[in-house]
Each structure stands twice: as structure tokens, then as C-alpha cells.
Design a protein around this ligand. Sequence first.
Ligand SMILES: Nc1nc2c(ncn2[C@@H]2O[C@H](COP(=O)(O)OP(=O)(O)OP(=O)(O)O)[C@@H](O)[C@H]2O)c(=O)[nH]1
Ligand SMILES: [Mg+2]
Length: 640
Amino acid sequence: MANNCNTTILKEVRIVIVGDKSAGKTTLISAMASDSFPATVPPLLRPTHLPSNSFTDSVPLILIDTPSSVGEQGKVVEELKRADSVIVTYACDNTMSFERVSTHWLPQLQKLEVKAPVLVVGCKLDLRDESRQVSLESLTTGIMNQFREVVTCIECSAATLYQVPEVFYFAQKAALHPVDPLFDYDTNALTDRCVRALRRIFNLFDYNMDGTLTDHEVNEFQIRSFGASLQQPDITQLKTMVLRNVPEGVNSLGLTFPGFIEIHNMFLKKGRTETFWAVLRKFGYGNDLKLRDDFLPVPSKKASDQSVELSGAAIEFLKGVFRLVDTDKDQLLRPAEVDKLFDAAPESPWKDAPYMDAAETTDMGYISLKGFLSRWALMTLLDPRYSLANLICIGYRDNPSAALRLTSRRSEDRKNQKTERNVFQCYVFGSKTAGKSALLRALLGRPFSNDYTPTTVERYAANIIELIAGTKKTLILREIPEDEVSNFLSNKDCLAACDVAAFVHDSSDGYSWKRSIDLLEKVVNQGELTGHRFPSLLIAAKDDLTPFPRAVLDSVKVAQELKIDAPIRLSIKSDDSNNVYSKIINAAEHPHLSIPETEFVRKRKQHQQLLHTFIFALAGAAMALAGFTARRARANRNSS
Ligand SMILES: Nc1nc2c(ncn2[C@@H]2O[C@H](COP(=O)(O)OP(=O)(O)OP(=O)(O)O)[C@@H](O)[C@H]2O)c(=O)[nH]1
Ligand SMILES: [Mg+2]
């Protein structure tokens, strides 16, 4: 296959050279830069720039010399942290300096958690005592087995210029086309993430989705990857080579996925990491084997109170995918089916918080279509880039710019007294044990439980709610634990994404009621200060218990004072949710209503009105003065 390695990620490669005193670092750099053996060198060179035409990758190199005196090790550490590639040198005529590579330098790099690839380079090869020569291979195998970050060991001579360019060629190649993300030395196979990336590329060309690539499809892959086509004899030869190594790599229909993997294994075996990376980069992958940002056209928010939703086209695509993946047609996705769906994504995205457990599933953990779409809505709201990347990885082939849509600003919606959002986020506040988690669980259709597990970190629940008019909206509840509220409110934009806030209290507990009003004041006042207003609802939970006597009376009065609705009474235990989810959506759909007027808000309003009147009066006074001056001027003119 052709070799095209123009699409690189780094714009320049910073190679840091370290090693013991007199190992030959400075001379090695000088020899490379001047293509000659320098008669003398300064103790330390300034950064040396090599032009982009030094090697085939057309990327400029910066070679960093480092001091070896003990007092200057801080500088060395700084440089190591900025390195794209590290060269650890030793002198071939000094056994001690070779030993120090594995007793000092490589452990030191591990301690500093240097992520860059490492080359071990023997300098002054011309000075080696040939009679004491130990095989380089045996020495280096030991090092490479013990230190997996070492990608190459090579010896050179600045005096004879032997293998000097090779040292830097390998150092830049290791940075630009790293083996580490592709190959796992422990399992001696391609990494899981690499296989997933190749799976997506394979699927892209498997047009009829039969699990094999026909010769035509192999050729299409070749053209897209390298801009040149393969002749039929080349394809036949390629398949013969694959078949020799992997019998299941080719079948009567063409090249199978194991065969496709084998082709890439062959690139690695031949040391052609640049060809491997050329393929991956062509299809949008960065060094972490995730789709690069430049491949993900996420609409950019102009203001923090906008949000991102899936477009109608993306939702239709997802419905189709659900039907396709649901092979047993039970309208549910089993965990294995979900894993299969995401086998071409860098990882299965719903295995951890906040997505795990955030949508409807059956007792067995199977996902319904509603649960499936709600998870996508949640992922799009919280992390649009991740959502788009996953959408592309599961096979979304339309224009990715059309997969997501940006909503209008919440403040605009409030002014226009309507909203066109399909996904609403409700922040749920309340004292400990008020019943917040029970509210979230019930949204997911989970049965009530008397067990209490305190919520210590924020959590989400999302579901699609059918409203009376027949329209469907996605509701996302975000539980904010009581102890986290102060921390949460310390972020200036924390309320920007709030469509509606719910303040839950345990109706049998006077303290819980008082606390929910305290929290409301705190949250609403913070919103006022940061320019975010939102409808708010009071929720009186556990209505099956004997109500705290004063709370009922109090709550009606307080709601009146705040100019919001009286608390919604509900009991999750008695399965009486009192349509709370529709009521939350209804409040969110009317963003100009149910905004609480706390004492602070009232005072601020009065202050603003006063200020307004004052400015108005000042403007009036200024106009009157101008009129008076004009009259005087006229009078003066008339009298003169
Ligand atoms: N009787 C009754 N108990 C309820 C109801 N809802 C919740 N509970 C119980 O109240 C306790 C606390 O409920 P949670 O939903 O965990 O409360 P929370 O507000 O999430 O508490 P934190 O996470 O600690 O802030 C649990 O033991 C629930 O079983 C209800 O409607 N009626
Ligand atoms: Mg909770």
C-alpha cells in the first residue's frame, strides 16, 4: 500500500536529549546540525532548530540540550515535561554510563511520569573497545523489556557521523507516529482502542454491511486512505499474504475484519507506523485514538444559556439504529447489544456516571427506545462533542454539522415568553432525605424503595414525557446534594443551563420545609446576581406521611409571597406522582412565569426601579435645563 504520512498532528517535534556528564549530548546535536564533527562545543547548546525538510515528515525539529550538573536538574525536569520525544544518551566507551541508563535515567523518567517516547542512544561508538563488546541486542532487549516506554535503542558516532541522522529520524518518528497507542506489548496485540478505530473504518467501507470487504470495497478504502487505487493483482497478492497469516482473514466474499486487522499488523511488523497513522488520521483520529476536534463540527454557543440538542435527522437515525441493533426484536437492547453498537467507538460511553443508571431500563438492565433516546439527549446536553463523536462512530454518515442544533438563549425565551426546546433540564434541590432521589428514580420508572442511600455527588435522570397535547419532551432531572450546593453555586455559570428548579421538602418534617426555602432563596438570589432567572416549583414529598402541622399553612403563604404556585404534593411511595413531571415541563415551557420574588429580588427590583426613575428624572431635568437655556438664548437675541 502507498505511503502517505503528510497528515500529522504535531506542528513541530521537541526532542530533549539527556544523559550523564560527557555522554556526548552536545556533540551529537552539533554533529546533526552541522553535518560534521565539531572540534569544540560549548558546555550547553541553545535550542537547535532543524528545518522541516530534514526528514520525510516535513515537520521542523527542535533539539534541546540539557545540563548534567546536579544543581541544574530542575531545568532538565522542566524540559522533560515539554518533550515530544526523549533521547537518553550513554557513552559507548564508558560502561558505567550505560548502567546509569537503567539505574538512574529511565527510572527517573518514570518517576516524572514523562509520557513521551524514549530512545536510548549510545554515543562515541568509534571509541568502543571492540574486545569488550557485548552484543547490543542482548543489552537493549533487557532494557526494552524492563522499560516499555523505550521504543528504540541505537548506537552512533558523532566523529564518523555514523547513524547520527538515524537517531533523530527515529526520535521524530516515535513522536509523530507513536506505537504505544496502537500496540500493547503485554498482550502482544493491537490495543482495544486501535481495534475499535479500525472497526469504524472497516464499517465505513462495508457498504452492504455483510462483514466483509469485496475487492471493490478494499480499493475504495485504498483510494480514500492514500489517494491511489490498487490493481487487481495487488489485491489478490494482499489477500494471499493475509490468508497465509490468518486463515479466517479472507472468505468467499472478500476480506474479513480479522483480515483487515492483519493488514495493519503487517504495517507494524514492517515498522511502517507512519502508514498505519496515515490511515487513522485520514479518518479523523488523534494520538489518543479518539476523533479529533476538527472532525467534530459542534455548534458553538454564543452564550452560556444556550444548549445543544440532537436534530430531528439525528433522532430518526438513532431510532433506525435501535431497530437494527435490536436483533431479537424485543424492543429492548440487552447489554451485549449495546456493547455491539459501540464496538467502533473508543469505548462504550454509558458504562460510567453520569450516563450509567440515568435512563429507563428493565430489571435485567435492558434499555427501551425511550431509555435509549433519553440517554442520547442527556449525553448531547452535557457533552455535545462526545455525543457527536459517538454518533459518527456508530455509523452516522450524513453531514455531521446537521446532527446537532443550538437552542436559543434561555433569556431570549423568557423575553419571548415561549421556548422551542425539546430537552429541559430541571435542577433538584432540597435537604438531605427530602426525597429527591426517589423523584429521580420514579422518573426512570423504578419501583419505590424504603432503603436510603445518601447522594454525595450530582446525579441525573432522563426520560421522555408525553404531554396531554400528545407532544413529547425529554426531561432531565439533576439532583444536587444539599452539602454540594455552596460549592455548586460558587461557579458563576452554574445556573445558566437551568430551565426550571424544583425545591423538594419532606412534608412530614418542619426542618426540611424550612431548609428548602433557605435553599430556594440562596439559589434564586445567586441566579439574580449572575443574570439567570428560571421558573421554580415547590415539591412537598412523602405526602403519605402525617404532614408537619405548620408546613402546610406556611407553604401556601410563602408560595404566595414568592408569587409562585403552591407546593405540588406527591407521594412516590403511594405511586402518586401527581403528574409532577408534566408540571415541571409545563413550567419550563413558560420561562417567564413562576419566577420567585424573594426579599432580595424585590429589593433589587425596587432599587432598579428607583435607579430608573432617578435616571428618568435626571434626563427630564437635563431636557428642562436645555429648554430653559434655549429660551434664554432666544429671549436675549430678541431683546438685542
Ligand atoms: N414514606 C415515604 N418515604 C419516602 C418517599 N420518598 C422517599 N422516601 C424515603 O425517604 C428516604 C430518603 O429519600 P431519598 O430520595 O434518598 O432522599 P434524598 O433527598 O435524595 O436524600 P439525599 O440524597 O441524602 O440528599 C428514603 O428512605 C426513601 O425511601 C415517599 O414518597 N414516602
Ligand atoms: Mg439523594
